[in-house]
Design a binder for this molecule. Structure first.
Ligand SMILES: NC(=O)c1ccc[n+]([C@@H]2O[C@H](COP(=O)([O-])OP(=O)(O)OC[C@H]3O[C@@H](n4cnc5c(N)ncnc54)[C@H](OP(=O)(O)O)[C@@H]3O)[C@@H](O)[C@H]2O)c1
Length: 255
């Protein structure tokens, strides 16, 4: 880890109350960034902020449901007002409510579209002007958007149709945005995690969840910190380097 590589920068991480987002907030703070945590569960974020501060880092929490456009925009604006700038946005908040299409629950589909797609769009649009300003000033003269996609954004499998739809969509959006923002030196990259040991599966409905747990019991899953390392590595590259895509599977993962 390059301690100090992000000194003087400000990062905003969505879905920072658990799992990959919590580990990424901590990892970016360890590298020197002041981190704004965004999610709905205030107490969980407060505990992570305390941990970051105890490690000598700087962080604060902003409660928001990013599916609500005004809450998403306000979270970005409040973070910039409090910390003065925005150099790095990590769009990590997401949900995976998988199952067969034939007996799917409309509400689950809508939830994935709202969080994985609309929430990401709301936060990104609010952040872009701030990222553009940060990219033209010290300390780095570059800014970053990292979107947390999935192996399901590269490979479609049965039962993952709508989750894959959202993550393939995130990848397409990211590549288009990369080309749009390149002249402003705002880098756009995706990280595609494989199986990571987080709360993600706990939201899958009974019947489907047990089948996933049985499959996952056969392998050692990635730790959230493994994905945090990928995000920190991407965002600590010098301005001449743009790492646009990192696919990080668990070592024993075949899918
Ligand atoms: N775990 C895996 O195997 C895996 C693999 C590939 C990709 N991913 C992706 O990694 C990302 C993080 O997932 P995770 O595995 O770390 O799961 P997680 O522990 O369930 O984290 C999901 C995060 O999203 C936040 N979130 C959900 N709805 C939100 C909303 N409406 N507004 C704001 N925040 C919201 C949650 O916070 P609150 O509930 O407090 O709002 C939580 O912090 C997701 O995009 C997921 O698709 C995970």
């Amino acid at each position: 880890m390059m301690a100090g590589a992000l000194d003087g920068t400000v990062a905003l991480v969505t879905g920072a109350s658990s799992g990959i987002g919590a580990a990424t907030a901590t990892g970016l703070a360890d590298a020197g960034a002041t981190v704004a945590l965004v999610a709905r569960r205030r107490q969980r974020m407060d505990a992570i902020v305390e941990t970051i501060r105890a490690r000598g880092g700087s962080a604060s929490a902003f409660e928001a449901d990013i599916t609500d456009r005004s809450q998403a925009e306000q979270a970005v604006e409040r973070a910039v007002a409090e910390h003065g700038r925005l150099d790095i946005l990590v769009n990590n908040a997401g949900t995976m409510l998988v199952g067969p299409v034939a007996d799917a629950d409309d509400a689950e589909w809508q939830r994935m579209l709202d969080i994985n797609v609309s929430g990401l769009l709301h936060v990104t649009r609010a952040a872009v002007p701030h990222l553009g300003r940060a990219a033209s000033s010290a300390p780095r003269r570059v800014a970053d958007i990292v979107n947390i996609s999935s192996t399901a954004g590269r490979v479609a499998r049965p039962n993952y149709a709508v989750y894959s739809l959202t993550k393939f969509g995130v990848n397409a959006f990211s590549e288009s945005l990369r080309q749009e923002l390149q002249p402003q030196r705002v880098r756009v990259g995706i990280v595609e995690p494989g199986a990571v040991d987080t709360e993600l599966i706990s939201h899958v409905r009974t019947g489907i969840r047990e089948a996933i747990e049985t499959q996952l019991a056969t392998i050692e899953r990635l730790a959230p910190e493994d994905i945090a390392d990928a995000v920190t590595w991407m965002t600590t590259r010098p301005p001449r380097v743009a790492v646009n895509e990192l696919l990080v599977r668990a070592g024993a993962q075949t899918w």
